[in-house]
Write a protein that binds this ligand. Structure first.
Ligand SMILES: Cc1cc2nc3c(=O)[nH]c(=O)nc-3n(C[C@H](O)[C@H](O)[C@H](O)COP(=O)(O)OP(=O)(O)OC[C@H]3O[C@@H](n4cnc5c(N)ncnc54)[C@H](O)[C@@H]3O)c2cc1C
Length: 450
């Protein structure tokens, strides 16, 4: 059975492992990624000061070492190969392309200079080739980060953490240099709903209170009415409330940078100055409304305030990008699917032999570990649906490589990636970091041709 997996993030790798482990048939997996480097958001999303989380790639290396696995980096579906090519060369296809687009705020002023979507800022500090040239201006004292999830927390931490601490991480060199010159002293994390609805995980929230030279600030009034438990509690909500309560009772030091965690506010307009860049953010105060189904939503009160910030970073979630030939669900903003089987979004008929895993299937929910069972589940569908498929004759396994060569695409094997990695590790050692990333695709490909 020959299977193509598009995308080499956690969901793609866990799907590969589950498929390659099958004992009922021999599975050969070709994994494609549009970048020459594997691992998706583990390399390009997870914050550089969370190196322990990035260690999960050792598990993926084991999958990559299987003799029935091939990696083809620098091959983009929709640009270098088409869905039709894949259908010709493989029995089954798995889309594991993640969520590479940002959800929009939909408010006036959103597109202006220094109103920078989360993926741009995150990609910039993580050395993602798409965002290495992003113009990130850190000359202002105050920044707003919109969103109440871990992505907002990551962004706030990177903005405020001391460059000395960041030096020892794999943060991109260009970002480190910019952060060394940064004038940012105050960051506001803004949530539409209340502390009880926030999606932060307690470990990440707590870390905000542990940064050198940074005070977390929570207005006690915003915790009023919350059901704060006497002890730490066991649920995420209870733990978060205890942490926020501790922040609220802390006495900030005048010399420290400030990280304000605010609730019950929605951005309604990004304000611009004469240079076309952000000069402020208009917020509307919200109140909570419980819906008949028990869910909690917000309603604007009409009361407004203007936050004096020079940059706005919306971190309100992500969406899948549309790829030519891959059915897209415009409602969920993901690849159209039913339980991981790709479907036509209009007729809802199953597209045979095509599957989707990870964030491209569910939207941006779930930590890295959650993809292991979820991808294995979809691999289970593939085994059940694919009985006898391997009898269909396909072109030779190397035909896909020849096709790419004919098209002038330099596919990067896993061995070649390891060579790039060696270079990064050596470069990183100079600043005591685990690696110093190569951020330019041309430079990567050039190194491999030497
Ligand atoms: C900022 C941030 C921080 C996070 N921090 C943590 C954390 O600390 N701990 C944790 O457990 N989880 C964290 N997560 C969540 C975790 O990263 C995701 O759950 C996980 O990466 C999703 O896996 P995926 O395989 O679906 O997508 P991705 O990891 O995004 O992988 C998708 C892959 O598909 C490739 N691709 C896309 N389009 C194409 C195409 N057309 N052709 C070929 N290849 C393509 C991409 O290059 C990419 O390699 C974080 C997420 C973000 C955004």
């Amino acid at each position: 059975m020959r299977i193509a997996i598009i995308g080499s993030g956690p969901a793609g790798f866990y799907a590969a492992e589950a498929l390659l482990k099958r004992s009922d048939t021999t599975v050969h997996v070709d994994m494609f990624d549009r970048l020459p480097t594997p691992y998706g958001l583990v390399r390009g999303g997870v914050a550089p000061d969370h190196q322990n989380i990035k260690a999960v790639t050792r598990v993926y290396e084991k999958t990559a070492a299987r003799p029935t696995f091939r990696f083809m980096g620098n091959v983009c579906l929709g640009r270098d190969i088409s869905v039709d090519d894949l259908r010709q060369h493989y029995h089954q296809i798995v889309y594991a392309v993640g969520n590479e687009a940002d959800r929009r705020l939909g408010i006036p002023g959103e597109g202006m200079t220094r109103c920078t979507p989360a993926s741009v800022f995150i990609g910039w500090y993580n050395g993602h080739p798409d965002y290495r040239q992003a113009q990130i201006d850190l000359s202002m004292p105050r920044v707003a980060v919109i969103g109440n999830g871990n992505v907002a927390v990551d962004i706030a931490r990177i903005l405020l953490r001391s460059p000395v601490e960041l030096e020892k991480t794999d943060i991109a060199e260009h970002a480190l240099e910019a952060l060394r010159q940064s004038q940012v002293r105050e960051v506001f994390i803004l949530g539409r709903r209340g502390p009880e609805q926030a999606a932060f995980t307690p470990v990440e929230l707590k870390e905000l209170g542990e940064m050198e030279g940074v005070d977390p600030v929570v207005a006690p009034g915003e915790l009023a009415g919350c059901n704060i438990p006497a002890s730490e509690g066991s649920s995420q909500q209870e733990k978060n409330l205890k942490i926020l309560q501790a922040f609220a009772s802390r006495q900030p030091l005048a010399a420290n940078k400030k990280l304000h965690v605010r609730f019950f506010v929605s951005p309604v307009e990004v304000m611009a100055g004469a240079d076309g860049g952000v000069t402020g953010l208009v917020l509307e105060k919200n109140r909570l409304v419980t819906q008949p189904d028990g869910s909690v939503n917000v309603r604007g009160t009409g009361e407004k305030e203007t936050l004096d910030v020079g940059m706005v970073l919306p971190a309100i979630g992500f969406a899948a990008k549309q790829i030519d030939g891959v059915p897209y669900d415009k409602k969920t903003l993901n690849i159209a699917n039913e339980d991981g089987r790709v479907i036509d979004p209009v007729s809802r008929a199953v597209v045979p032999n095509e599957y989707v895993v990870g964030w491209a299937r569910t939207g941006p929910q779930g930590l890295i570990g959650s993809h292991k069972p979820a991808s294995a589940y979809v691999a289970g569908h593939m085994a059940a649906d694919g009985a006898g498929l391997e009898g269909r004759e396909l072109p030779e396994p190397d035909a896909i490589l020849n096709l790419l060569k004919q098209r002038g695409v330099q596919a990067v094997s896993f061995g070649s990636w390891k060579k790039l990695e060696e270079v990064e590790v050596v470069r990183g050692a100079r600043r005591g970091a685990p690696r110093d990333k190569i951020t330019d695709v041309k430079a990567m490909l050039g190194l491999l041709q030497e």
